[in-house]
Design a protein around this ligand. Structure first.
Ligand SMILES: [Zn+2]
Length: 152
């Protein structure tokens, strides 16, 4: 079936990723390990790419939550975690993205792909491409350079 997405968790670094289930192998975006899709547990299956992005965030948060719970709590909060925490006050996904952008703009001056990568790994807001796509839809965030964002 065309456009069937699955979510696997890398056996090496435990980061979840979306894979096209028509493919045989994939490479972990996080640690670079080559993975055989047929040998992997499929944690989630969907035909929708945006749903897959959402699910990756959830699974990463869950895996990380179990493994790094204590470690995370002891660590000093960084700006990304702060932005994610604060974004939870938003009543919907759009609100959450706006809050996240506002905090990152305030703390970092601007937001780039690397920042969004950190956001996507720490929270359940979605993967980088999903974040960029949806940040572009926000009215109070502009894009002064390609994939560089600022809240007004
Ligand atoms: Zn990996």
């Amino acid at each position: 079936m065309k456009g069937e997405y699955g979510i696997i968790v890398c056996t090496n670094c435990k980061f979840a990723k979306v894979v096209d289930l028509n493919n045989k192998t994939t490479k972990c975006n996080h640690c670079g390990k080559n993975l055989k899709i047929s040998k992997m547990k499929i944690h989630y299956k969907t035909n929708s790419q945006s749903e897959a992005s959402w699910a990756v965030g959830r699974i990463n948060a869950k895996v990380r939550g179990e493994e790094f719970d204590i470690e995370e709590k002891e660590k000093e909060k960084d700006v990304y975690s702060l932005a994610i925490e604060e974004s939870k006050h938003g009543s919907n996904k759009k609100d959450r993205l706006e809050i996240m952008c506002r905090i990152l703009t305030k703390e970092l001056g601007k937001i780039d792909r690397e920042d969004l990568n950190k956001i996507s790994k720490r929270g359940d807001l979605g993967d980088v491409d999903y974040l960029i796509k949806n940040i572009r839809k926000l009215e109070d965030v502009y894009e002064p350079e390609h994939e560089v964002f600022k809240s007004v």
